[in-house]
Design a protein around this ligand. Sequence first.
Ligand SMILES: *[C@@H]1O[C@H](CO)[C@@H](O)[C@H](O)[C@H]1NC(C)=O
Ligand SMILES: *[C@@H]1O[C@H](CO)[C@@H](O)[C@H](O)[C@H]1NC(C)=O
Ligand SMILES: *[C@@H]1O[C@H](CO)[C@@H](O)[C@H](O)[C@H]1NC(C)=O
Length: 437
Amino acid sequence: MFITALTLVAAICAGASAQLTGRVGPTTPLSQKTKVCNVLNYGGSVGSNDIGPAIGSAFTNCVLKNSGSVLYVPPGNYNMQTWQTLNGGNNWAFQMDGVITRTGTAGGHMILVNNANNFEMFSSTSAGAFQGHGYQIRNTGPRILRIVNGINFSLHDLIFVDSPAFHVIIDHGSNGEIYNLAIRGANLGGSDGIDIWGSNHWVHDVEVTNRDECVTVKNPSNNLLIERIWCNQSGGSAIGSLSNGINIHDIIYRNIYTNGGNQAFMIKSNGGDGTLRNVLFQNFISRGTAYGLDVNQYWETAASGNGVQLTNITFQNWDGIVVDGVQRPPIQFICATGVPCTGMNLQNVNMWSSTGKAVNKCQAAYGTGGSCLKSGSGGGYAQVTLNVGQPSGYSTPQSMPGDLAAGFSPTAAIPIPSIPTSFYPGLPQISPLARNK
Ligand SMILES: *[C@@H]1O[C@H](CO)[C@@H](O)[C@H](O)[C@H]1NC(C)=O
Ligand SMILES: *[C@@H]1O[C@H](CO)[C@@H](O)[C@H](O)[C@H]1NC(C)=O
Ligand SMILES: *[C@@H]1O[C@H](CO)[C@@H](O)[C@H](O)[C@H]1NC(C)=O
């Protein structure tokens, strides 16, 4: 039993490190962060109308003055009116065990963590939450959390609800571990779950409900590993939208489950330049999405340039079903005619349609594994369609107990969920919830 557990841990570490360039997460364990900077000692109180200033004061007057400290928000309800930028902390943690409800209306970010090094943001009870009440100020209020240029950090065991705008943004930085999160936004665009870019980040065990990005990679990025993601009535995950100077490579998404999304996965751009290369999309299950495998280089507004080069991208072990495969293809590669896609590889990709009829589309797309991809390489051919039948490897995709049947109304308060313990059919989470440790 002991040996089995060790073997499992070793296997997980090996799997992660093959893709990552080095370790992720804070360099100092929490047990060595012993100085507690409690917001209640810096002007805060449970039931406060604005916990913002106490968070700022605990950071400036305690965290920045004591290496190895923990900014602590104890359990309880707090309102927040003024947003806080926490800049430059080194060797610290932010233990958010309370429930913070947005009441201020300014734009920006409720919490902006800048240049943090050796940093851990988490809830020890796995019940700490930010309630954005976005329904009150839809798309004019703040995003909830942005971590900019974080190095050696983690974000885990927190709940983000109904942001007026995006929920979590990981902006550049390196060696981040983002896991055990529940994000629940409204059934409306502009409600992005996680937008991430940077180097050597590991995202795992995340659930997102919304109607925009689930977990989406942006530019520039390299060596990201994203796994065990449950898009539970969401816009679905994507890479993009890509425009100019794109440099994204060595990305793995695996064990991604999407229930009722806009797509099983999308790569989106229009015009632009640069390269997206060496990407693996492995083990995807999708049910009832609008689009399936969706590469679209004519998506929304065009940037200058002939197009982003997509090359060496493998889609492996997919089992999914779209709502109406004639209206929206289960598989489409609409590549830039000026810069054709090359090395698009389909391996055991089985995408089907609830209507029993489907039409896949290809344009300027080269690769292996069938559908309407052309083999080899060559010029930017015009769009071709292919009527397809049910793929032989298709099996009614597995589901998760507790799949949401519909998203949450954008005009009413959204309840705070708890964080699940599994995010992909048949797989447990990689690290236990903090409250179960
Ligand atoms: C981040 O952690 C790695 C060890 O994993 C260490 O080599 C590196 O110096 C750290 N970076 C900073 C800026 O402290
Ligand atoms: C293609 O991408 C895979 C990752 O999906 C990588 O292992 C492989 O080395 C890449 N091939 C080339 C020729 O770069
Ligand atoms: C996903 O759906 C289930 C079932 O309704 C629910 O329990 C869970 O909280 C949902 N997840 C989120 C993040 O809203």
